[in-house]
Design a protein around this ligand. Structure first.
Ligand code: TXA
Ligand code: MG
Length: 338
């Protein structure tokens, strides 16, 4: 495995190396504005298979295909409808993935045998340059072993992937920190399958209507629209509980009652002095900071080897919907609202 450093500037030599690896069927970890992805040539079935092996991912969970612009979209998918086009114009490039009907150029293992594929144009200079240089659509799930928090900086990723990918591209910490909003238009209604920085309000503003898939906050079993929602995910290794209250004093009291020996509490900076019997780790103050920090915080807390992790929930509004979706799943639905 080789590390290519594009943190301060992108160079042609590095791009050529990356392009060669991708075009030879290899794997490259690269930054996007959301999280790091493990990329392979989306048109190469064997290369795509090796992503599933590297991640330890169930093969009924489809991958997102990343493109640099709309130029060759018609080779990959059938013509989007008017609502899909409006959403694509409004939110792409950006932290937004649209599920469309795929053509045969995309092998069936990308889409877990379904006839749809998630398409995304990352809004990140390094990702853009890499996809352009490769001249291929790039299939890329988040860079984390299955069930672990997504990778948002290479220090968190190297150990998990040093033996299973060819190149890791360093682009520093990712800006947003949680993955893209995944949307599928169903019977004319944009339906959010996975919440992200593009919120239901943003989508309503563009097309007047938006629905949240029922599995965003509920445990899913059996058939789901987005299989990623079905698996244990974003989870630290220690047992974890999340508590939410819109009254901060009640929240602090409830958490203090649950503290046992060697507990770590993950919460808002403003509460840092309110838990006398536990170690406190701040995830930031604003919802943007929390989104940016949440996965690296979960990884960091794991390293402390606590016997219990208690997480302060956030208000389910705007970006808070996406943060709560990740937190609820990181504590495996061990969640209480008071
Ligand atoms: O921000 C992101 O989206 C990152 C970066 C690397 O682009 N990628 C990412 O990929 O998070 P992944 O594979 O970890 O998550 C993709 C999610 C999964 O929950 C998957 O089930 C869903 O999107 N998905 C992908 N294609 C789909 C499809 N055709 N229909 C429904 N859901 C789909
Ligand atoms: Mg993922």
């Amino acid at each position: 495995m080789k590390i290519i450093d594009f943190k301060n500037s992108i160079n042609k030599e590095g791009l050529d190396e990356i392009s060669k690896v991708i075009n030879d069927g290899g794997l490259v970890i690269f930054p996007t504005e959301t999280v790091y992805g493990i990329g392979a040539d989306a048109t190469n079935r064997e290369a795509v298979d090796s992503i599933f092996v590297a991640k330890g991912r169930a093969n009924d969970n489809h991958l997102i295909v990343h493109i640099a612009d709309f130029d060759n979209l018609s080779e990959l998918v059938y013509e989007p409808n008017e609502i899909e086009k409006k959403l694509m114009d409004a939110f792409m490039p950006g932290p937004f993935t649209i599920v469309l009907n795929k053509k045969n150029l995309i092998p069936s293992n990308v889409s877990a045998g379904l006839d749809t594929v998630g398409i995304r144009i990352p809004d990140n200079e390094i990702a853009h340059a890499i996809i352009k240089a490769c001249g291929k659509p790039i299939a890329a799930p988040s860079a984390n072993k299955s069930s672990r928090p997504s990778g948002t900086k290479i220090e968190d990723i190297i150990d998990e992937f040093k033996d299973s990918v060819d190149i890791i591209v360093n682009g520093g910490e990712t800006k947003i920190g949680i993955e893209s909003t995944v949307v599928r238009v169903i019977d004319g209604i944009p339906t959010i399958l996975r919440p992200g920085q593009i919120t239901p309000e943003d989508i309503e503003r563009e097309v007047g209507i938006c629905k949240l898939d029922e599995h965003i906050f509920q445990k899913a079993n059996g058939v789901v629209l987005s299989p990623g929602m079905k698996y244990k995910h974003y989870a630290p290794l220690a047992k974890s509980i999340m508590i939410y209250s819109n009254n901060n004093d009640s929240l602090v009291d409830a958490i203090n009652e649950l503290v046992i020996a060697n507990t770590v509490i993950i919460g808002n900076e403003k509460n840092k002095d309110k838990y006398p019997n536990a170690k406190f780790v701040s995830y930031g103050s604003t919802i943007e900071e929390i989104s940016h920090n949440i996965f690296s915080t979960l990884r960091y807390v794991d390293e402390l080897m606590p016997s219990l992790i208690i997480i302060e929930g956030v208000k389910r509004k705007g970006l808070g919907i996406a943060v709560m979706n990740r937190l609820i799943r990181s504590c495996d639905y061990n969640y209480k609202e008071i």
